[in-house]
Structures are given as structure tokens and as C-alpha cells.
Design a binder for this molecule. Structure first.
Ligand SMILES: [Mg+2]
Length: 210
């Protein structure tokens, strides 16, 4: 094989599984009553947004989960195996994330980019005996438009994202294969994209590329 495969990955809800973090962090911060600790992200979102000032409360909790409470989030099941396989074949991995530098309404002004980098480091993303990514291949972008531009700049050949809106954006680079990670979404939400229900499905779909 000549050119090494270069794969781009989204971060939030693609690599990082926040599903169990929202309920737990919501209770911890007092934004949710104790009975909601085990609620999923979608359940928490629906519950908070139905209340007074719901959108603001939801954004406030997001700012906390992506910052102070990011330690409650897990590596998505199957990501580790995928990365081991990809890196074992010499593939380069870039991460391109749309994330504001600070969480909305966060009085402590936690730097979400640093929190995410620390989380990745803690999961072995930059360790030689871990996934061994180059820290310079992790990019944070303030806007979705900048993220899409950045995906093109990395030179990756395929990009994995949970948001169909990103992959279907008219400015998404046409020479990058679009891989939709959709563990929970209905297939219609992809507007023609093929849903991959798990990282094992993504690994199988990409196996011929390695
Ligand atoms: Mg995402």
C-alpha cells in the first residue's frame, strides 16, 4: 500500500459517549432532581427543555458535562478496537471537533478544549502504548463551518460523525468519504446516508481500506 490511510473522527458523541454523563452531572449540579441520575442524554434533554427556561438550562448542563464533568463520560464501545486496528495498519487518525472554547453560562469558565484534550490523554490517545495519536492531529473549531473547512485541510480520506447535518453540509469536501455513526437515530434522519449502528459496523465497512 502506498499512501497511508488517513481517517478523520468527530469527538463528542462519536468517540466520547456522554449518554450516562448527563443524568449524573445534572443531579450533581442540582439542575436535575436525584431521581434522574440514570436518565439517558435524550431523556434529560427532553425533560429539561420542557421546563421553564428549558433551553438555557439544557445549554447550562451541556457546558458542565463537556467541562467539569467530562470525567463521567466514557469511550464509546468499540472505538478502542477500531483505533487499535487502524493504527496497527499504520493509518493516521485526526480528530476534528466543533466545540466552543468555554461552556455556555459556565461561571468557572472551564476551557472545554483543554478538558477534552485531558480526557483523551487519560484514555491513552497520545500514549505510545495506547492509540499513539499525534496531539497536533486534534483540532477544535468554534463553528461548524470552520470544522468542515478543517476536515478538508487535514487531507483525511474518510470522516466519521454522528451529526448527519455535518456530513450532508453543501460545503463538506466531496473527496472525503462520509461515514455516519448513528447508534440511536432513525435512518431517515440521515437524508440518504448509510447509518452505522456501532463502531464494529464502521470497522467492518472500512476493513477493505486497511
Ligand atoms: Mg458529535
Amino acid at each position: 500500500m502506498g499512501t497511508k490511510l488517513h481517517i478523520g473522527l468527530d469527538l463528542d458523541n462519536t468517540i466520547i459517549d456522554f449518554d450516562e454523563a448527563f443524568g449524573a452531572a445534572g443531579v450533581e449540579t442540582g439542575l436535575l432532581a436525584p431521581g434522574h441520575a440514570l436518565a439517558t442524554k435524550e431523556q434529560v434533554k427532553a425533560h429539561l427543555r420542557s421546563g421553564p427556561d428549558g433551553d438555557t438550562t439544557w445549554m447550562r448542563l451541556q457546558g458542565q458535562v463537556y467541562g467539569r464533568y467530562i470525567g463521567m463520560a466514557r469511550l464509546f464501545e468499540g472505538v478502542g478496537d477500531f483505533l487499535k486496528t487502524a493504527r496497527g495498519h499504520g493509518a493516521r487518525i485526526s480528530i476534528v471537533s466543533h466545540k466552543t472554547r468555554h461552556g455556555h453560562f459556565d461561571p468557572d469558565r472551564i476551557n472545554l478544549w483543554e478538558a477534552a484534550r485531558d480526557w483523551l490523554e487519560g484514555q491513552g490517545f497520545f500514549a505510545a502504548d495506547g492509540f499513539d495519536l499525534d496531539p497536533g492531529d486534534v483540532h477544535f473549531c468554534e463553528t461548524r463551518a470552520r470544522k468542515i473547512e478543517r476536515i478538508g485541510e487535514t487531507g483525511c480520506r474518510a470522516f466519521v460523525d454522528d451529526l448527519a447535518e455535518v456530513l450532508n453540509d453543501p460545503s463538506f469536501p466531496s473527496n472525503v468519504a462520509r461515514i455516519w455513526f448513528a447508534p440511536h437515530q432513525s435512518a431517515d434522519a440521515g437524508n440518504g446516508l448509510t447509518p452505522h449502528r456501532s463502531w464494529a459496523e464502521i470497522a467492518a465497512a472500512m476493513a477493505t481500506e486497511f
